[in-house]
Write a protein that binds this ligand. Structure first.
Ligand code: NDP
Length: 275
């Protein structure tokens, strides 16, 4: 029987977050899902979890959500920073306010909830923070400059956090998913075509839209979210979790090529996927 932990997971209304929340609830943990669409977390509540209305860019909602958990449970053992989305389009086309919003959600929102949770973990002298990065935190794709900028930033940010929190017995874990069948692809495609579907980058934008639709809709082209939920469950229950977990379609081969071959070879490998 695993120890029951108090867990907050952001982005629990869909995809990886929802699948992970349901698995952790089934394993007997006290799980608080957080997202903007509370209506889409009612299955978590029915399964025995809790739903917090939280936009990760809204500090008032973050503060009240964390307070609600501490008031009810007296502690937070695990924070899973999973909420995020991919802003795609050419750098020349994407308005900077959209780029700033990408950083607000994928980095500063994640940082805001982490800052709110840390005093409670420090007081308990234990805890685990799991940051959902991406294989895209180590490699790159065309028209993904702003998304990859946030995930590359998250990789370095998480490494620094691990160093400063080890003295308080708080683990920091990075999860790097490959292609996972969720709403992620739909969220990418329409705004990308709005930004770059016409004009000098249109061919690339339409090629990437087609490749993205294919990956996220074709059976077996992307892994099911359960692949990442299993990894999260391992990280939550491990006495000494790994610093990084890599899982899901394409993650290992692409990260291998990126790590051991030169930029030009990786450029060719990644561009061969969108033609
Ligand atoms: P989904 O689009 O299915 O889920 C994204 C979740 O993030 C939703 O629950 C959404 O909830 C939440 N979210 C988005 N914006 C905000 C916000 N401002 N405040 C609070 N919650 C927000 O995608 P995934 O499950 O695939 O994505 C989860 C994580 O996995 C992301 O960080 C993504 O970058 C990462 N990832 C995904 C990959 C994939 O192929 N699917 C690959 C690599 C990494 P709501 O809209 O209700 O607020």
């Amino acid at each position: 029987m695993k120890t029951s932990k108090v867990i907050i997971i952001t982005g629990a209304s869909s995809g990886i977050g929802k699948e992970t929340a349901l698995k952790l609830i089934a394993e007997g943990h006290k799980v608080y899902g957080a997202a903007r669409r509370v209506d889409l977390m009612q299955d978590l509540v029915a399964a025995g979890g809790f739903a917090l209305e939280m936009d990760v860019t809204n500090e008032t909602q973050i503060k009240s959500g964390v307070k609600q958990v501490v008031d009810a449970q007296g502690r937070i053992d695990v924070l899973i920073n999973n909420a995020g989305y991919g802003l795609y389009g050419a750098v020349e086309d994407i308005p900077l306010d959209q780029a700033r919003r990408q950083f607000e959600v994928n980095i500063f929102g994640l940082a805001a909830i982490t800052k709110e949770v840390l005093p409670h973990m420090r007081a308990a002298n234990r805890g685990t923070i799991i940051n959902v990065s991406s294989m895209g935190g180590k490699m790159y794709t065309p028209l993904g400059a702003w998304y990859h900028a946030t995930k590359h930033a998250l990789e370095g940010w998480s490494d620094c956090l691990r160093l400063e929190l080890s003295q308080f017995n708080i683990d920091v874990v990075v999860v790097e998913p490959g292609a996972i069948a969720t709403e992620f692809g739909d969220v990418v495609v329409d705004p990308m075509l709005k930004n770059s579907g016409k004009g000098p980058y249109q061919k690339l934008a339409h090629d990437i839209a087609n490749a993205t639709r294919e990956i996220y809709s074709k059976p077996n082209a992307a892994s099911p979210a359960s692949v990442i939920a299993n990894v999260m469950s391992r990280a939550v229950s491990a006495r000494r979790p790994q610093t990084r977990y890599v899982a899901g379609k394409m993650a290992r081969p692409l990260m291998f090529i990126r790590k051991y071959f030169g930029d030009r070879i990786f450029d060719k490998a990644v561009m061969s996927q969108v033609k």
